[in-house]
Design a protein around this ligand. Sequence first.
Ligand code: GLC
Ligand code: MG
Length: 245
Amino acid sequence: MPQKNVSHLLATDLDGTFVGEAEELRSLLDHFERLDETVTLVYVTGRHLESALELIEQENLPFPEVLITDVGAAIHDFSDPDVSLMWKNKLGDDWNPEDIRRAARNIKGLQEQELPVSCRVSYYAEGEAAVNELKQTLRSTGIPHHLIYSSGRDVDVLPLGAGKGNALSYLIEQKDWSDADILIAGDSGNDLDMLSLPYPAVIVGNCQDELKSVQGDLIYRAKRPCAGGILEGWKHYFSESLSPM
Ligand code: GLC
Ligand code: MG
């Protein structure tokens, strides 16, 4: 399918990044509206599809070009369902959530999140000891997986090869968007792999502890919270090519 021509792209986490400070979000969207170029939006969230759509409606967010959900375990490309399907196929058939549940069954301090999806198994952890035990158990079973611990509470066990970073870089490649001006924004540990991709990125001012000391040549640390931090990052990278100021 011929791909849409995209010159500017914002790939952003939702909770605590794009969403969280209504006035800051208004300013960011106003800024985008004043630009000559269109900024294409991709949301990259830990939420499952239904929950992400609910948030979009509740907060009256602009509808994105593509929605990456479940910490990168699913891609929803509304104009090209093939991309979604190809990502699913790429993650493979050897993913079995029951294997993960079996491995986690006797670990204290883990409560499974109730989710309407089978592309990941997520938990609330009471402390790091439980997370470490889960890591060790999964490693010893040899089950292919990718574990992400974030916000001092959430543990996501994903198919190997999933994650926000892998999903986003797959999307950019499939859509032929790598020449666009891209900004990636996040606030917590499940954003780290996408913030570390070779594109300009911003960590918003209200980030979680696990991102407080993260640095990188292409990582701008904003002072302002949520969407205010995104705007700060956007101006930092692109204000020269994109007036008005
Ligand atoms: C969101 C999701 C939750 C996930 C967490 C971290 O809060 O709702 O299921 O564990 O992000 O990725
Ligand atoms: Mg977040």
